[in-house]
Design a protein around this ligand. Structure first.
Ligand SMILES: *Cc1c(COP(=O)(O)O)cnc(C)c1O
Length: 356
């Protein structure tokens, strides 16, 4: 592992005083972690520096050809005041898989993880205290060459920024309404769906805005070829409960392999639920919900952990699921996973990395 240099800010910012108003990704801490990649040198110069703007050439390749990938993970404060991360090495391993798909070299995961931990420790007073709050960690890689030729860049920048974020749920787990998108698609097999790349989000924004205008909080994506099969929702994977059986779309290359998805599936099995990963036709989901066989639907992702879906709208049919309320399966999985993340429950899967 390479040595990480540290330059401290001379002008620390005031920390937010009202943690109930944090929101998501609106304020950033005093420092960031940077590391460069140059062809022939690999990842070099890992450093913690004061948070600041970047100066980028207008020809910078990331603006033109979009080699940009990111990750999202969190630092949680336990009741005893100590801090812990959740599966951070798995986020960085996924970042390498995203990188390789985008023609970006594999990350130096060891140095990146050391930098992530050191940065969070330096900024530990920024980790909020209130129930449900956390410090959101955003590792990113962008192509840096000032060059308009279409090819892989020779210089990349890896950076990590930190943002204290509020509780996703103000009044318990409120179910959301989701619009099943049947015009636009997010990803196709062989494309970049499994990579956490900025371009997937660029391709999704218009449909998200249109769904919002119709009163839905997010879009449920169908497969990009036949538009028949359930893929995922916005920045969450989808799960459906049939009583004590949990079914989720199988990873097929166009679905983002969520760490929350993976953690929830493992916990569900350990809790005694039946779990299966399948190709799920949206018509069957609607049929099963109408017939009362499907009892719950919920999304899973780092930001919300578990987000119950109270309504799905597909081709103008509005389907209320679980009476529009959170069901027992989603609640149990939410309580279990957040219990582990915040240190209230034992971590039998060795997912937690204690920092203090
Ligand atoms: C990040 C992300 C998820 C959720 O992944 P987690 O690792 O659980 O946070 C799901 N879908 C998409 C498209 C994502 O970008």
């Amino acid at each position: 592992m390479k040595d990480i240099s540290v330059t401290l800010t001379q002008t620390p910012k005031a920390k937010p005083t009202d943690e109930s108003k944090l929101g998501f990704g609106q304020i950033f801490t005093d420092h960031m972690f940077l590391m460069d990649y140059y062809d022939g040198q690999g990842w070099v110069d890992p450093r913690i520096v004061p948070y600041s703007s970047f100066v980028l050439d207008p020809a910078c390749m990331v603006f033109h050809y979009g080699q940009a990938i990111f990750e999202g993970t969190k630092c949680y404060r336990r009741a005893d005041g100590g801090l812990q991360l959740f599966r951070p090495a798995d986020n960085l391993a996924r970042m390498t898989r995203s990188a390789l798909r985008m023609g970006i070299p594999a990350l130096d995961e060891e140095t990146a993880l050391a930098g992530l931990k050191q940065l969070v420790l330096l900024e530990q007073d920024w980790v909020p205290h209130q129930e449900g709050t956390s410090l959101y960690i955003r590792p990113t890689i962008i192509a840096m060459d000032a060059h308009l030729g279409v090819h892989a860049a020779h210089h990349y920048l890896f950076f990590i920024i930190l943002s204290p974020v509020g509780s996703y749920y103000k009044n318990g787990l409120a179910p959301v309404g989701i619009y099943v998108e049947d015009e636009y698609v997010r990803a196709v097999r062989g494309g970049t769906g499994f990579a956490k790349c900025a371009g997937n989000y660029a391709a999704s924004i218009l449909a998200g805005e249109l769904a919002e205008k119709k009163g839905y909080s997010q879009v449920l994506w169908l497969d990009g070829v036949e538009q028949k099969y359930v893929e995922e929702v916005g920045s969450m994977n989808m799960m459906f409960a049939y009583g004590d059986r949990i079914v989720t779309p199988a990873l097929n290359g166009s679905i983002l392999p969520g760490l929350t998805r993976d953690s929830i599936l493992k916990l569900a099995r350990q809790l005694g639920y039946q779990v299966s990963e399948e190709r799920m036709a949206i018509a069957d989901v609607f049929e099963d919900a109408r017939a009362g066989r499907m009892t719950e639907a919920f999304g899973t992702g780092t930001a919300a952990v578990v987000s119950p879906v109270g309504e799905l709208c597909w081709k103008d049919e509005k389907l209320v699921i679980g009476g529009g309320k959170i069901g027992p399966v989603a609640q149990k999985l939410y309580d279990t996973l957040t219990g582990i993340q915040y240190g209230r429950l034992p971590d039998e899967n060795n997912w937690v990395v204690k920092l203090t």
